[in-house]
Design a binder for this molecule. Sequence first.
Ligand code: ZN
Length: 302
Amino acid sequence: MAESPDADLFLVREIRKGDQRAWKQLIDKYQGRLLAFARSRLRGPGEAEDALQETLMGFVTSLANYDESRSLETYLFAILRYKIGEVLTKKNRRREVATGFDIDDDAQRPIDPGFEETPSARAAQAEITRQQQDVLAAILRRLIDELRDRDKLDDLQVIELIFYVGLRNKEVADRLDRDEKGVAGVKFRALAKLRDYIEDLDEAQRNLLGEGELSSETTVSRVWRQGRLSCLKRSTLGSYVLGVLDDPWEAYTRFHLDEVQCLMCRANLEDLSQESERVSEGDVSDRLFQSSVGFLSQRGGG
Ligand SMILES: [Zn+2]
């Protein structure tokens, strides 16, 4: 069950042509994990289903803004988080639902400017911010990849708790049962690497990324979450469910799910665990299709 970006790209291109079957396939593929995620954040009756429905309609109506080089799953989760944020803001009870590490401010700062009309000055600023975040995401991803390639997943856990969750060295040491000096060393080396990576950027990118971004914990954390930089592949989560994942990946996966409490990966995991019971969800899938396919036909016309 490997994730194939090519398969997603094909689906999106068919949907852009107005292909209803492709739209149904996209819903079938992603509704389980998106619904599980929405249900982890919204507890009111029907709220999660409504948010998912609005997400799908939002995706279809903003299809022109979807950048094909970005992960479709990440994009769908971003829209869903935005919709959930709207519901929670409306209900004014955002702080009460702190059930996992996904308390975010996406509703205030839509990552996709396509969702609302903005005056051009604000749009230009949003574009610069987006470019900054892209560069920041790129160097963080390089750091994560490098640690993964060298099987340094213990160090990745340290980095993730510091940069993503925002814990202090001492807290990290306690959580991971490591000594504080070791944690400080990992952080020191990571920051040195990030500075090296910044040196490798071309000048335009380097100018985008001022001193501020690296030292702003909230910016780093938001970029990390929105890009799902350390999230697990669905195939990895599938192996985890089956109990065939070896260390250090098994330990890392458990860490990301249970210590970091990444709600998006937990939603994916739940969806995978229930895949065999999927037959009963045929109704949900049909309803989502019926409610959103009209927007697709409208697009096809123009
Ligand atoms: Zn994750």
